[in-house]
Design a protein around this ligand. Sequence first.
Ligand SMILES: [Zn+2]
Length: 426
Amino acid sequence: TTPSEYVGYHELKANGVLKDIVIDNELVDTVPADSRAQVIFDKTPFYAEMGGQVADKGVIKNQAGEVVAEVEDVQHAPNGQNMHTIHALKEMTRENTYSLEVDVAFHNKVKKNHTATHLLDQALRDVLGSHTHQAGSLVEPTYLRFDFTNLGSVTAEDLKKIEDIVNAKIWENIQVETVVTDKESAEKMGAIALFGDKYGDTVRVVKVGDYSMEFCGGTHVANTNEIGLFKIISESGVGAGVRRIEAVTSEEAFEFLEERNQLLRQSADELKIVQIKEVPRKIEQLQEQVKLLEQQKQALEDKFASQQAGDIFKNVKEINGKTLIAGQVNVSGMSQLRQLADQWKEKQLSDVLVLATATADGKVNLITAISSDAVKEGYKAGDLIKAIAPKVGGGGGGRPDLAQAGGKKPEGIQEALKAAEDWLNK
Ligand SMILES: [Zn+2]
């Protein structure tokens, strides 16, 4: 086994001797130009993916300072060495020394998000209780994801408390210290072991002042103030008793807030107000206006419907010994037809009633009603609606005294009204 030392805790650029090259599962001596390979150096500053923290990216240069390869991924080989997946631009040869250079901007974003997970882990326990423990995490340069045990969702109020605590710790400028020690001493110190992680004889304990202490092999900021800002963007469930928080830090947190700010700005513009803080009051005002207008519209519709009904209710035909009122009205829909049928019933205007209306969306509403006397004689509103609804391309049903139907052929309304007369003639 080729030994390989990880030096990325202290330096992000280091010289390494190329020890092993694997192409298509074969150990070889050179990486040809423009090809992919897996390579191991005697030492490397590249972090290999572990504990949810993504691998570093970066470049490899030769001694002349030319970029010879891009590092696309780094994973732990079975024997623990950091195995780099590279895209070689120029030929590379075993036992040559190369300059390994981590993408510093990428690395710094990751370490900010990673350190924020330590603060979040403790803040969750502070707010939700000591039963809460980590159930997994993902630390990317642009965001972090943190899974933890908790029954039920976290309230908006608690999320705010958690976020406030993390930000307070960031702004307290707390030094982050790493202690490498044996496992027993670390446990005596009270360090929290991350769920599912395995530890060797020596362990790294990462302390954020007195606030948090965890076993952790990841990379961290030296002072919490480097994180800048922390913002939770979502909280959701990912399984029985497991919740997930997604959050952003630093520039991404500012961008997130700025996007929200722009949305508010747009809303204020749409509402034609200058002050953003006036937005909620303006929306409340508009909602009250809408409510008032709806009430006024309803009152007018009712009045209009009654006027129309007045005319139709005068037109009583006598067919086969029964009185019939049948007509088309211009109302908003079924609920108004029912109101008219109530009026008809109260005033006992005829034995049989048929009302139809064409709705604004091109459909038809039909209602039929039979007086209680006629019901006793065997006339049924449900039978009548079944007889006439097909004329408007619909169907329906109901009780013996009241039935309703929908249809989609407004041009069939007159035919349907005529069919009611035929039904009485049978
Ligand atoms: Zn860590």
